[in-house]
Design a protein around this ligand. Structure first.
Ligand SMILES: Cc1cc2nc3c(=O)[nH]c(=O)nc-3n(C[C@H](O)[C@H](O)[C@H](O)COP(=O)(O)OP(=O)(O)OC[C@H]3O[C@@H](n4cnc5c(N)ncnc54)[C@H](O)[C@@H]3O)c2cc1C
Length: 385
C-alpha cells in the first residue's frame, strides 16, 4: 500500500473534494482521507441545494473570488460532463438599511454587477406568491441560482480518482505532525507521509487544528422541505431562490424552488431554512433529531413571506455551520509550520458556492506556496486577537 504522497488532504467533503481534484489534475500524487462515506450527511455538505450569488452582502472583497468560482464551476461541469449549477435568479428583500440590502448594493456597485431594483408593482407581477412588508426593498440578481452539494462532492471525488488521486473513505485522521521536512499523518488504519498537508475538515477543524479550537463554533442548523398548495407556482423554472432579511429577528430566511424528484432525488418538497447560527454543539454529539420548535419556526416564516404556499411539512433535517467570530472564512497557511500546512475552515454557513475556487486556492498554496487569488482578507492571523 502506498504511504508516501506529495500532498495529503484531510477531509474529503466540500472543500477537500475540489482540492483533491485540482491537485490530481495538475499531476500531483494526492491522498484524500475522509472519516465517513463520500458524500455523507454528518458535516456541512448535505441537503440537496446551496445558493450561489455574486452580489455578496457579506463583503465586496468576496466578489473577485466568486467571479472565479463561477468560471471554475463552468469548467468543472464541462470537464465532468454534468450539471451542478442551476440558474434561477435570486430575490432579495429587507429594509433599506438592513445588512442584506446595503451589502448587496455595495457589492453590486463596486463590481458593476447586474442587480435589479424592483418596485412593488414589478415584484407583484413577477413574483406574485410573495408577500413582502411595505417597508422592505426588493432586489433581484438574475445571475444567481443553486448548486447541488452532494453531487458536487461526489463528482469532484470521482474525477479526482480518475485523474490519479488516492481517496480513502471511512478512514479517520487521529493526528498529524511535522517531522523534519516531512508531514506525518496517523489514521485509524495506517500512517502516511507527505510534503504538504491541506486541512479541510469542516466542523472537525477545531479538533485537528488546536490553535483554532477556541475560535471556531459549531452550530446545529435545521432545514425543512414542505409540500406546497400549488406546486407549479413554486416549481423549478417558475420560482426563484430567495433571501429575506426579517427585521423582527436577527438573521435571514431563505428558500429554493421545488425541485423535481425524478431529477434531483429526495427530499420531496420546497426547501427553506434560516441563516443564523443555531444552537452551539460538537460535531460528534449534535442532536440530529429535529423538534416541533424547529419546524414551527420555519413554517411561521413561510406563512409570512409566502402566505399561500404551505400544504404540509414533508422532511426536516439538520446540518452544521462552523462559525468564525467575524463570520469570514479562514484560508491561509497555518502559522508555525513553514508553509507546510494549508487550511480552509470556518465557512460560517456561506462557503459552498466557493468550493470550486477554494480547491484551486488550496492547490496553489500547497504546490506554489502562494496564490494570485485575493485571499489576504481571509488570513488566519486575524483570529489571534
Ligand atoms: C443548512 C446549511 C445551509 C447552507 N446553505 C448554504 C448556501 O445556500 N450557500 C452556500 O454557499 N453555503 C451554504 N452552506 C455552507 C456550506 O455548505 C459550508 O460552508 C461548506 O459545506 C463547508 O465545507 P467544508 O469542506 O468546510 O465542510 P464539509 O463539507 O463538512 O467537509 C469536511 C469533511 O472533513 C471530514 N473530516 C473531518 N475530520 C476528519 C478526520 N479527522 N479524518 C478524516 N476526515 C475528516 C468530514 O467528515 C467532512 O466530510 C450551508 C450550510 C448548511 C449547514
Amino acid at each position: 500500500m502506498k504511504t508516501n504522497f506529495d500532498i495529503i488532504v484531510i477531509g474529503v467533503g466540500s472543500m477537500g473534494s475540489s482540492t483533491c481534484y485540482q491537485l490530481a489534475k495538475q499531476g500531483y500524487e494526492v491522498l484524500g482521507l475522509e472519516q465517513f462515506d463520500i458524500p455523507h450527511d454528518q458535516g456541512s455538505h448535505a441537503g440537496q441545494s446551496r445558493i450561489i450569488r455574486k452580489a455578496y452582502f457579506e463583503h465586496p472583497d468576496y466578489v473577485p473570488l466568486l467571479q472565479r468560482a463561477y468560471e471554475n464551476w463552468k469548467q468543472f461541469e464541462a470537464a465532468a460532463n454534468t450539471q451542478v449549477y442551476f440558474p434561477t435568479g435570486l430575490l432579495y428583500a429587507g429594509q433599506p438599511d438592513d445588512v442584506l440590502i446595503k451589502g448587496v448594493r455595495a457589492s453590486a456597485a463596486t463590481y458593476q454587477l447586474d442587480v435589479q431594483s424592483l418596485s412593488r408593482a414589478e415584484t407583484k407581477k413577477r413574483f406574485p406568491t410573495f408577500q413582502i412588508p411595505d417597508s422592505y426593498e426588493v432586489l433581484f440578481e438574475p445571475d444567481a441560482g443553486f448548486l447541488t452539494p452532494e453531487r458536487c462532492v461526489t463528482v469532484y471525488t470521482d474525477q479526482a480518482i480518475r485523474l490519479g488521486a488516492t481517496v480513502r473513505a471511512k478512514e479517520k485522521v487521529l493526528e498529524w505532525k511535522k517531522e523534519g521536512e516531512r508531514m506525518v499523518v496517523k489514521t485509524n488504519k495506517g500512517n502516511y507521509q507527505c510534503q504538504k498537508l491541506v486541512i479541510t475538515a469542516g466542523p472537525w477543524a477545531g479538533q485537528l487544528i488546536p490553535s483554532l479550537h477556541a475560535k471556531l463554533t459549531v452550530t446545529r442548523q435545521a432545514i425543512a422541505w414542505v409540500n406546497t398548495q400549488q406546486p407549479a407556482s413554486y416549481a423549478l423554472g417558475n420560482f426563484p431562490c430567495w433571501l429575506i432579511d426579517d427585521h423582527t429577528r436577527p438573521g435571514m430566511y431563505y428558500g429554493f424552488p421545488q425541485l423535481p424528484v425524478a431529477q434531483f432525488g429526495a427530499p420531496i418538497g420546497m426547501k427553506l431554512a434560516y441563516h443564523y447560527p443555531g444552537d452551539v454543539s460538537q460535531p460528534d454529539q449534535v442532536s440530529r433529531v429535529t423538534s416541533v420548535d424547529d419546524e414551527e419556526h420555519l413554517v411561521e416564516a413561510l406563512h409570512r413571506f409566502l402566505p399561500n404556499a404551505y400544504a404540509a411539512t414533508h422532511t426536516m433535517k439538520t446540518c452544521l455551520y462552523t462559525n468564525t467570530p467575524d463570520e469570514h472564512f479562514v484560508i491561509d497557511f497555518l502559522p508555525g509550520y513553514d508553509q507546510c500546512v494549508a487550511i480552509a475552515a470556518g465557512f460560517s454557513g456561506h462557503g459552498f458556492k466557493f468550493v470550486s475556487v477554494v480547491g484551486e486556492i488550496m492547490a496553489d498554496l500547497a504546490t506554489k506556496g502562494k496564490t494570485d487569488l485575493p485571499i489576504a482578507f481571509l488570513n488566519a492571523q486575524r483570529l489571534q486577537h
